[in-house]
Design a protein around this ligand. Sequence first.
Ligand code: FAD
Length: 292
Amino acid sequence: MKLSEIINNEKLSLSFEVFPPKTDTAFESVKHATEEIAKLSPSFVSVTYGAGGGTSKYTLDIAKNINEQYGVPTLAHLTCVSSSKETVQKKIKEIKAAGIENIMALRGDLTPELENSDRSKWAYRNAIDLIRDIKDSGEDFCIGGACYPEIHPESENQREDIKHLKEKVDSGCSFLTTQMFFDNNLLYNFLYKIREAGITVPVIPGIMPITNANQVERAIKLSGSFMPQRFKSLVDKFGHSPEAMKQAGIAYATDQIIDLFANGITNVHVYSMNKPDVAEKIQSNLSEIIKV
Ligand code: FAD
């Protein structure tokens, strides 16, 4: 099923993100975790392409399994910056053959090696190039793109970032998913600005439940997200106790999601990081809210 059929719906829903295993030996345990997440019947599950520590090799196996065994629509992530045109065309065909109708089209992060290489030789410079190739492939996909309420770290300013985002959407994105954020006002300001710039597609906010103190530093480094004082206090107070931190992190994420739903957002994407217990707890915290 195409995600455009789900996310344009007025019904409140949650979707979850999982990542593929890092090693072959971890495949079965990751597959099991993703199946437990699929059993929660989210609106869809996205499977990253190498991000979050996993390899890209198993993205399709995990996405196909969730789709076929649990009837949950899946979104396969695909990055392009370190790939050749041939590799990407092959991947697009494989995604189609696996029965997956949705692609999250991403550039991918720049490794130091890439940063120091000759950009004129890159087959893909930005996600927009990948989106155009998916469109030109003749295969019919629902395509999503990434967006950054706090600006992409490489952008000089938000105006430039939104200008490129508009071009990206116009090249064929049906929806956008945001980078994680911990202050909903940043999202509301961003939405105002992109709507003003003429970007009209649905925006799915991405919420990361921080369930252990070590994750905080990593999350900020990866995303450059602003940490509100309210969140810092919580980490200061409960960070030393894994169980207390987990409960507080889930409560914080739940609170963010309730506020988003209350302010007109209909689908929230939870970066559930292969943790079925965290996904389950957030979903049960929202069990009545989601029926509204
Ligand atoms: P782009 O849209 O290409 O933007 C990157 C930068 O280039 C921005 O500063 C933008 O303003 C600028 N830009 C865009 N278009 C142009 C243009 N035409 N000319 C000049 N400048 C331009 N990484 C993974 O490796 N695997 C994943 O599975 C993964 N999933 C993600 C999911 C989400 C929801 C998000 C938010 C990020 C994800 N990432 C993933 C990380 C992502 O690959 C990085 O954030 C990457 O640095 C940018 O990817 P992008 O697709 O947003 O790039």
